[in-house]
Design a binder for this molecule. Sequence first.
Ligand SMILES: NC(=O)c1ccc[n+]([C@@H]2O[C@H](COP(=O)([O-])OP(=O)(O)OC[C@H]3O[C@@H](n4cnc5c(N)ncnc54)[C@H](O)[C@@H]3O)[C@@H](O)[C@H]2O)c1
Length: 241
Amino acid sequence: MMPMHFDFSGASVLVVGASRAGIGAAIARAFQTAGASVAITGAEPEPAPEDRGRFAYTRLDVTDAGAVRALAEATDRLDILVNCAAITARGEEMAPAFFEHVVNVNLHGTFRMAEAFHPHLKARSGVLINIASMYAMFGSPRNPAYGASKAAVVQLTKSLAIAWAADGIRVNAVAPGFVVTEQSARSRTDPAHVAAVNLRTPMGRWGQAEDIAGPVLFLASPAAGFMTGACLPIDGGYSIA
Ligand SMILES: NC(=O)c1ccc[n+]([C@@H]2O[C@H](COP(=O)([O-])OP(=O)(O)OC[C@H]3O[C@@H](n4cnc5c(N)ncnc54)[C@H](O)[C@@H]3O)[C@@H](O)[C@H]2O)c1
């Protein structure tokens, strides 16, 4: 991983959805390397093998309002909350029940976490970062619930940024492009899709989970102290080509 010159010594960070060695885990590791005390959550019973013992871990379903509230009540202090939990299933999201479930995890889950931890962030003049997606901007015929949920996450980011600015909380988002993780594993079994992404991306490759961590640390840092309500694309130029 590229060295990053951020110092989060003394900061408490919670990364929600960091159990699968994907983007959340890369963000959690980067904050820890920069000196923060980092806790993570995930839907799995345990984090990925390489992260076991490295972070305090809570198994958390973000659709369970009671569990979200219980975690907030059990948390003394939080400076930075990163909402990374999300699901999608290419080709399955026209089924109404699954559509609702995807929106429940990706959008309502993001709001549930933000609302539950609002007092913590207010007490510390903290930072909230939501993980959106390039599909917030583009139509996604095979992932309609995912696209709708991520567009709503961008809008929610703006609304919370305004609502909580007076509390000293900054709220921003990032919109990753195509990234090699478990979530994209199914779509990456289609060689034509993999090649088409490489061809269209000006930087000529898929992103790696670590590519997303740097901009997240930047947004959480004092260097971004006058930024709120923004959504940074991190896509190798895919969305401008
Ligand atoms: N991989 C990509 O190409 C890509 C592109 C754009 C945006 N993103 C976004 O980045 C974030 C991380 O994605 P990833 O690719 O690392 O995915 P991933 O599947 O590796 O990780 C998703 C995480 O969400 C958690 N999760 C799933 N359902 C949950 C639930 N009901 N309650 C709580 N946690 C739950 C999982 O346990 C896991 O920790 C997501 O918000 C995703 O939408 C990914």
